[in-house]
Design a protein. Structure first.
Length: 336
């Protein structure tokens, strides 16, 4: 089983990223051949500060390593170090429907939030994301719930490529593997603590409602204490009627590794305030070892570069093969 996923170098990863993606990444290392990258090229699609990009890449990579990614057990690299991603992206754009890209919710949301230029790369972002995964012929892609539409699109791109350039291949035996999204059962969509009908997000969320992996314990406690709850007093998981409490139940269940039922049973007689305090404590406890390791690992930037270089070499051993096949099938470049 080959697994691939990428994470943006925002440097300020939040609890949604941690529960929805980073913890699953660590877990998937045990399940198969796991490949992860920090997608710095994706981060250039919206306005950013060039001088801060490398710092943000190091910050994000260190969070992943501190959470338990082990470069000996997975392939871990920086996207821009593997040029086949961008080449494949261009080639796959030829089998990507403009109309499909035009329907992407994330593009609409992010384009709507831009004050100045809406870049063409923000529009073609999902093609690069498809190339990231398809270059490895990965079978599974662990992501949060917000990525479902992008996963569907990358599946369509792979299917269309196979049909167009290798029509004789039997079903399921095409040159590109059609990947599946893997979504965590509990915690695939952690919501903003202040606006629990919106996903927790560093770009689109509220500051008080977004818990950062590197937040101080006191800050985490404060953010949970101020979390918006609902009318009524019962601690039950009902996303429609009680989005605030349901979100806290998801967070508590995810960090403790228990079911919603178990959370409801544990807090059957508790008040909202007590539950918020308990959830904050569980999050602080879960993040403490990550924060500790982060402080140890972050100082060694040369060490991080060495990890990226070794990862990129392993990654390119796979991507150069895929690109050679794709070029050959598309009639691009010299005969092999
Ligand atoms: N709220 C969330 N709950 C669960 N999973 C989430 N993910 C993001 N938000 C949540 C998942 O985290 C992974 C990495 O995401 P990313 O680094 O690519 O960043 P993102 O989705 O761009 O993160 P943000 O902060 O939420 O930014 P915006 O709002 O700009 O998109 C992905 O697997 C994602 O699904």
């Amino acid at each position: 089983m080959r697994i691939f996923s990428g994470i943006q170098p925002t440097g300020r990863k939040h609890l949604g990223n941690f529960i929805g993606a980073i913890e699953p990444y660590v877990h998937h290392q045990e399940r198969g051949e796991a490949i992860y990258c920090v997608v710095d090229l994706h981060a250039t699609t919206v306005p950013y500060e060039p001088a801060r990009m490398r710092t943000a890449v190091y910050d994000t990579a260190t969070i992943l390593l501190a959470a338990g990614l082990d470069p000996e057990r997975c392939i871990f690299f920086r996207q821009s170090d593997v040029p086949e991603h961008t080449e494949l992206s261009w080639l796959l754009a030829s089998v990507t429907a403009f109309g499909d890209l035009n329907r992407m919710h994330q593009f609409k949301e992010k384009a709507g939030a831009q004050r100045d230029l809406v870049s063409a790369s923000l529009f073609t972002y999902p093609v690069l994301m498809a190339a990231d995964v398809l270059a490895y012929r990965a079978e599974q892609v662990p992501v949060g719930d917000d990525q479902r539409q992008h996963i569907e699109l990358m599946r369509d791109i792979a299917i269309r490529f196979n049909a167009r350039f290798a029509p004789a291949a039997a079903d399921g035996a095409g040159p590109l593997v059609v990947p599946e999204g893997v979504y965590r059962e509990v915690g695939a969509r952690i919501m903003d603590l202040q606006e629990p009908t919106r996903k927790m997000s560093t770009t689109g969320g509220t500051e008080q409602g977004t818990v950062l992996v590197l937040d101080e314990p006191k800050t985490i406690e404060k953010k949970f204490k101020r979390a918006v709850t609902d009318s009524g007093a019962e601690i039950v998981h009902d996303r429609e009627q009680k989005p605030g409490i349901a979100n806290l139940i998801e967070v508590y269940a995810a960090v403790r590794g228990i079911s919603f039922d178990a959370v409801e049973a544990e807090f059957a007689d508790a008040r909202y305030g007590d539950f918020k305090v308990a959830t904050a404590a569980a999050v602080v406890e879960r993040l403490a070892p990550v924060q500790e390791r982060y402080a140890e690992l972050r100082a060694d930037e040369a060490g991080l570069e060495a990890i990226f270089a070794a990862g990129a070499e392993k990654a390119r051993a796979i991507t150069t093969q895929t690109l050679a096949d794709v070029r050959e099938l598309m009639g691009v470049g010299p005969v092999r």
